[in-house]
Design a protein around this ligand. Structure first.
Ligand SMILES: *Cc1c(COP(=O)(O)O)cnc(C)c1O
Length: 376
């Protein structure tokens, strides 16, 4: 069994996929070919955003947003403590201070009351100026934007929505990548909408920021790539990856997301009386980047993971280490006691095999192994 079966997805899409990749090879339009603009248009339409700017990966997408906002030394950016490293890494990369915030134990997303508390604490200390919050749509479920928007308005913060895992999710009819002042996603192969290598995109309704993003993406270009008016980066999306995404996207939007809802419901039906299953809030719709259960303690989690492994069932721990405990941030002197929920989650979470091409027998096999283990 595969954790996320990309081979099965490819065999389903093979004829169309091979043709669209062949077309790029035949045209030899490898950089900024027309498929890139087509993809940007398709994703902007889907998210109902004015601009989609494709780039090289989800990490660059976040960094490009911070660069467009000129966030740097002296600024504080608030980031959930329970996330992939990139969400905080980019803040340090532009010279600003990442201030981590503990998360909600049900949704794994940023705890809004604690966000307000950390903003006030940072203001009171006076060392850094609060500028932005990176909200992460973790495991596919959008963060609580209604509350976050009120806090951002109160404290004059910009919202950077990290929807690397959230693309395809929504709240009501409003889609992920439309909640932030700028939003980003990743097309890393295992993400909800993945390409065949690295890729990413940035979304915004703001014309001025969109122009800046396009400039920073290509060496801070002015009127041409050889007219450089600011220090940028080289972060384009390959035409080949755009062609892959254009082939996958309609299937993702029409079939895969639906299928994932069914798979999640099937897992939950099997497991809800045995372990803590994922909580999706009323009116929220997850794109199920991960299906993550919670065990009693570290010993039970690690024991279950070994037991599954012996049965040939892959699983993963997202995330083993809270952000505030990462050595890369050792100079920041965070208080470990500020993060009780993340500290606990890192000991008890386990993500299960999950992808839209999973069969019911496979879900039952995984679920039965878990039931047996926890009832041992
Ligand atoms: C994957 C991921 C990223 C980074 O995306 P890359 O394309 O791998 O650079 C950023 N944030 C989160 C939450 C992610 O899961």
């Amino acid at each position: 069994m595969e954790f996320r079966d990309l081979k099965r997805q490819y065999s389903y899409l093979k004829d169309e996929m091979d043709a669209s990749m062949q077309k790029v090879l035949a045209d030899a339009n490898f950089i900024q070919g027309k498929q890139v603009a087509e993809l940007e248009k398709a994703l902007a339409d889907y998210t109902e955003m004015k601009h989609c700017v494709a780039c090289a990966n989800g990490t660059d997408a976040l960094q490009l947003a911070l660069m467009a906002w000129q966030i740097g030394p002296g600024d504080a950016v608030f980031v959930p403590d329970f996330t992939f490293f990139s969400s905080g890494e980019v803040v340090s990369a532009v010279g600003a201070a990442p201030v981590f915030v503990d998360v909600d134990a049900d949704t794994f997303n940023i705890d809004c009351a604690l966000l307000a508390h950390m903003i006030e604490k940072t203001e009171a200390e006076g060392k850094w100026t609060p500028k932005a919050v990176v909200t992460v749509d973790l495991f596919g479920q959008p963060a609580e934007y209604e509350k976050i928007r009120l806090i951002a308005e109160k404290y004059h913060l910009l919202i950077l929505e990290d929807a690397a895992q959230g693309f395809g999710g929504r709240i009501g009819e409003k889609r992920a990548c439309s909640f932030g002042d700028i939003a980003t996603t990743s097309f890393f192969p295992a993400k909800p909408l993945g390409c065949y290598g690295d890729g990413g995109a940035v979304f915004t309704d703001n014309d001025e920021w969109a122009e800046l993003l396009k400039s920073y993406r290509v060496h801070g270009k002015g009127s041409s790539k050889y007219d450089n008016i600011r220090i940028g980066m080289n972060s384009r999306l390959d035409t080949l990856q755009a062609a892959v995404l254009l082939t996958k996207f309609p299937v993702f939007a029409k079939e895969e997301l639906e299928r994932e809802q069914e798979i999640a419901a099937c897992y939950t039906e099997h497991l809800k009386d045995f372990v803590k299953t994922p909580v999706v809030r009323d009116g929220f719709y997850s794109s199920w980047a991960q299906y993550t259960i919670q065990l009693e303690d570290r010993e039970e989690r690690n024991g279950l993971q070994s037991c599954l492994k012996e049965l040939g069932i892959p699983s993963a721990v997202y995330y083993q280490k809270p952000m505030h405990r990462q050595q890369a941030f050792a100079n920041m002197s965070y208080e470990d006691t500020d993060y009780p929920v993340t500290n606990r989650l890192s000991e008890i979470v386990l993500s299960l095999p999950f992808h839209p091409y999973m069969k019911e027998e496979e879900i039952a096999l995984v679920a039965d192994a878990i039931k047996q283990y926890v009832s041992r």
